[in-house]
Design a binder for this molecule. Structure first.
Ligand code: HEM
Ligand code: HEM
Length: 106
């Protein structure tokens, strides 16, 4: 059951990333030369909609990237001790990056 949920969430976050990256790329590169100014970024991040978008985007990329990596290491690392260490690093990195990202956005 866990495998099915992970597979589904990998597809779902892949879909969110596909849409989100188009929006992110457009905003970052095509919305004028001032789009990355300190003033513009802080003004954008004062909107609850952009905050919501960024947190959903952050959660999606972290889940997608680290769940994908989790699948790869689970398949390739044979020793169970080393695998455990790598899995702990993946979980710790995901949580650390999520907390850091949310603190920046909120
Ligand atoms: C538009 C953006 C993206 C889309 C639409 C997308 C879509 C997908 C889909 C559908 C899968 C599942 C493939 C399968 O089950 O056969 C997948 C797997 C994966 N994705 Fe993404 N992805 C995107 C971006 C990214 C990014 C930016 C990363 C890295 C941070 C990433 C890392 C991975 C990894 C590591 C896997 C697992 C590969 C494997 O198991 O062999 N993806 N992606
Ligand atoms: C040259 C390319 C990129 C530039 C210039 C850029 C720039 C930025 C900027 C300025 C922000 C702050 C939010 C805002 O201004 O609205 C941001 C946020 C974010 N970007 Fe990018 N970005 C780029 C590529 C990417 C890519 C490829 C990804 C994911 C695969 C990504 C994921 C994110 C995420 C998740 C956030 C939210 C950050 C947080 O929670 O702290 N970005 N980006």
């Amino acid at each position: 059951m866990r495998g099915v949920i992970q597979w589904f969430l990998q597809r779902l976050t892949g879909f969110i990333l596909f849409i989100g990256l188009i929006i992110h790329f457009y905003v970052m590169h095509y919305s004028g030369t001032g789009a990355l100014d300190y003033e513009t970024v802080t003004a954008r991040l004062s909107s609850p909609y952009w905050k919501g978008f960024d947190i959903l985007f952050l959660l999606s990329i972290l889940y997608h990237g680290f769940n994908g990596l989790w699948g790869i290491v689970t398949e390739y690392i044979k020793g169970s001790f080393l695998l455990r260490i790598v899995q702990i690093v993946i979980v710790a990195a995901s949580i650390g990056l999520f907390i850091t990202g949310v603190r920046i956005v909120v």
